[in-house]
Design a protein around this ligand. Structure first.
Ligand code: SF4
Length: 291
C-alpha cells in the first residue's frame, strides 16, 4: 500500500509503527484523534503546561488552571455545536476535567514545594526540534520539555523530560529510545554535546492516598552506540514508508490494544463493518478543529 506521509518521524510514531500498523496509520498518517477524553491522559497534558510555565519563570498553577478552564469552555462549545450524538459522547468530559483539575493542581503544588533548589540553568522550554536523519532527506522531530545545564553535573547539558506516571518502571528508562531521540535532536539547539535526559517523574496520585514516593528523578546518559541503534531503526521505518508496498492491517495484542484509542473502529474493520462512519462521527483530524 502506498501511503501519503509527511517526511518526518517522531519517537511516538516510531513506537506506534512498531506496535500496530493500523494504529499508526489512523493516528499518524491520517491524523485521527478521539473526541472522547480520558482524565488519565489529561492530567499529563495539564501538568506539562504547568511545569513548562514554571520553568519559564511564570506561575505554573495559574497556567494549569487557565488550561483547564479553556478545555472546559472548548468542550461546552463542542457539545452545543455538535448535535445530540456528540453532546452525549462528550457528557462525561466535563466531569473528567474537574477530576483533572483536582489531581493536577495537587501534583503541581507538591512538586513546586519539593524541588525548590535545583542546580539547573534553563536553556529552552517546550520546543519542537528537528534533525535530519543521516542517509535520508527525512527528519526526526521531537517536542522537548526543557533543555538545562546542570551545575551539579559539571555543567553538562541535559534534556529535562517531564513524565506523569502511575507505575514507575525504572528498568525501561534505560531502553527507551524516546530519550535517545530527544538527546540527539536537542544538540541542534546548543553548540555542544547533550549528555542525556533527566527523567522528571510525577506520580499521578493524591499524597494522602499513596505511601509511595511522589517524585522519581533519574539521569539517563546517552552514548554514540545508542544513537546509532536509533538511527538504524529510523532509516528502516523510512524505507518501509517509501517502499510503496507497505502492508497495513490490525495487529491485535492485549498489551497494545488495551490503551489504543481505535478499539471500536478496529473491531468494526475486523468484522467487515463500516468503520469509516464511526471515525467520521467520533474522531477529529488533527488541526481541523482547533483541539
Ligand atoms: S485496537 Fe489493537 S489491533 Fe486495533 S488498531 Fe488498536 S492496537 Fe491495532
Amino acid at each position: 500500500m502506498s501511503i501519503q506521509v509527511v517526511p518526518w518521524l517522531s519517537p511516538s510514531s516510531l513506537t506506534a509503527f512498531s506496535d500496530c500498523k493500523q494504529q499508526w496509520k489512523w493516528g499518524y498518517a491520517d491524523g485521527y484523534r478521539s473526541m472522547g477524553r480520558s482524565s488519565v491522559f489529561d492530567v499529563g497534558s495539564g501538568v506539562h503546561i504547568g511545569l513548562a510555565a514554571s520553568y519559564r519563570g511564570e506561575d505554573g498553577l495559574v497556567a494549569f488552571e487557565a488550561w483547564v478552564d479553556a478545555e472546559v469552555a472548548k468542550t461546552e462549545r463542542f457539545m452545543e455545536a455538535g448535535g445530540d450524538d456528540i453532546a452525549r459522547a462528550l457528557e462525561s468530559d466535563l466531569e473528567s476535567l474537574e477530576e483533572t483539575r483536582a489531581l493536577g493542581s495537587v501534583m503541581l503544588e507538591q512538586y513546586f514545594s519539593w524541588f525548590v533548589a535545583e542546580s539547573f540553568e534553563v536553556l529552552a522550554v517546550e520546543r519542537r526540534l528537528e534533525r535530519t536523519i543521516p542517509g535520508t532527506d527525512w527528519t526526526l522531530a521531537c517536542i522537548i520539555d526543557a533543555v538545562v545545564r546542570d551545575h551539579s553535573r559539571s555543567g553538562r547539558i541535559y534534556v529535562l523530560e517531564h513524565k506523569t506516571f502511575s507505575r514507575f518502571e525504572e528498568w525501561y528508562l534505560y531502553k527507551d529510545q524516546q530519550f535517545v531521540a530527544e538527546a540527539w535532536v536537542a544538540e541542534t539547539l546548543v553548540d555542544e554535546r547533550v549528555a542525556g535526559v533527566i527523567y522528571n517523574g510525577l506520580r499521578k496520585a493524591f499524597p494522602e492516598r499513596t505511601k509511595k514516593d511522589l517524585f522519581e528523578r533519574r539521569y539517563i546518559d546517552v552514548n554514540r552506540a545508542q544513537i546509532n541503534a536509533l538511527l538504524r531503526r529510523l532509516r528502516g521505518m523510512q524505507k518501509q514508508l517509501t517502499s510503496g508496498s507497505l502492508a497495513i492491517y490490525p495487529e491485535p495484542s492485549l498489551a497494545k490494544c488495551r490503551y489504543c484509542q481505535f478499539k471500536e473502529p478496529c473491531d468494526l474493520l475486523l468484522r467487515g463493518d463500516d468503520y469509516q462512519e464511526y471515525l467520521d462521527l467520533m474522531f477529529t483530524k488533527r488541526g481541523d478543529d482547533g483541539r
